[in-house]
Design a protein around this ligand. Structure first.
Ligand code: PRP
Length: 209
């Protein structure tokens, strides 16, 4: 049995469809209930829904053999896993954003609100810029509006959250997309099954326009 951790939510549904089209279907997953684990005994696979930011924890510790996590989570948490394939979905970018009239004049410590404290610290340390990180857990866009921070480091997908709150992107730090990841021991001991999935998923990635 191969255990697969899927990120709960819209991205996870897209990911499941890729698995389904790749031949790893598990019809019971489409039943609307609160179940978290779904098995296809014949195909020897078991899917489970995990909070997106927890997928890499399940995979790193071997509770899941493989899973799908955003590159943002991988860069932020630096789990000890193998990154197997860029699935080219869940595409967005990590950005510095601020109020339209904000200019960093490098006079004082920059106050940065974010969920991604490690990515933020790495980015500004490379620039040699002193910052004060304010860790938030959501609605990051509020911080510069209310004067809690000068800028934010956050994910921008369509850009509409920034736009509707009169903020704008100042710098793009990195592009983000969903990655297929594997537990290191599972990759060794279940290599045939995992290699087969990588090949099948690669075909799906090529079919994404
Ligand atoms: C994410 C991110 C932005 C928004 C960007 O928030 O933190 O707020 O999506 O998307 P957009 O560019 O398409 O508007 P999420 O919905 O995960 O909620 P959060 O506020 O709890 O972080």
């Amino acid at each position: 049995m191969l255990n697969i951790a899927l990120p709960k939510g819209r991205l996870g549904e897209k990911v499941y469809t890729m698995f389904e089209n790749a031949g790893y279907d598990c019809p019971s997953i489409k039943e609307t209930n609160r179940k978290l684990i779904f098995e296809n005994e014949k195909k020897e696979i078991r899917f489970f829904w995990v909070k997106p930011s927890d997928v890499s924890i399940y995979v790193e510790r071997g509770a899941a053999d493989i899973g799908v996590a955003g590159k943002d989570i991988l860069l932020e948490n630096k789990p000890n896993i193998y990154e197997l394939l860029d699935l080219n979905i869940g595409r967005c970018r990590m950005c510095v954003a601020a109020k339209k009239d904000f200019r960093d004049e490098y006079i004082k410590v920059l106050k940065v609100a974010t969920k991604f404290t490690n990515i933020t610290a790495d980015y500004y340390s490379k620039l040699g810029r002193d910052i004060d990180i304010i860790k938030l857990n959501g609605s990051i866009e509020l911080a510069p509006i209310l004067g809690l921070s000068d800028v934010i480091v956050d994910i921008v997908e369509t850009g509409s959250t920034l736009k509707e709150n009169d903020l704008e992107v100042k710098t793009t730090i990195l592009p983000i997309s969903a990655r297929l990841i594997a537990n290191k021991a599972a990759f060794k001991f279940k290599s045939d099954e995992i290699e087969k999935i990588i090949r099948a998923m690669k075909v799906q990635v090529e079919n994404i326009d």
